[in-house]
Design a protein around this ligand. Structure first.
Ligand SMILES: [Mg+2]
Length: 138
């Protein structure tokens, strides 16, 4: 297991069992996905006519920023996710999360429901032994 995966696994283990359902650790405080979505919406300032498309484009752009920072770690740091590049990637993942939350809201979807349904879908796949493979429905 890579150092990064070990770090992530350790952090996830630390969060497990603290609260039912998906929750985000913020050090001293925790935030529910729906609370995050409301907070994200309070900073969404694009024009009404650009609903859906604006956050969809932003999501694609920010996902590219994450990929670009990871690419630079591979190119310049030999794949070592040191503190500074990891902080930059974390920041970009936050930007991705913001666009996911706002896009979901524009489509009338709850981030809490999306998270819960995704976890349930993956757990069912794991139980059926279909985590690997192809196709949206398996
Ligand atoms: Mg960004």
């Amino acid at each position: 297991m890579s150092i990064c995966r070990q770090r992530a696994a350790g952090k996830l283990r630390g969060l497990a069992g603290r609260r039912p359902g998906p929750a985000l650790s913020q050090g001293m405080a925790e935030m529910r996905f729906d609370d995050y979505q409301k907070a994200a919406l309070s900073t969404a300032i694009y024009a009404e006519r650009h609903r859906v498309i604006y956050p969809a484009l932003g999501l694609a752009s920010e996902a590219g920023e994450v990929a670009g920072k990871i690419k630079k770690v591979l190119r310049d740091q030999g794949g070592d996710f040191a503190k500074a590049p990891l902080a930059a990637i974390k920041d970009e993942l936050g930007d991705v999360l913001w666009y996911v939350a706002v896009l979901a809201a524009d489509l009338g979807l709850s981030l809490e429901e999306i998270a819960a349904e995704n976890v349930a879908k993956l757990a069912a796949r794991k139980e059926r032994g279909t985590i690997g493979g192809a196709g949206d429905v398996r």
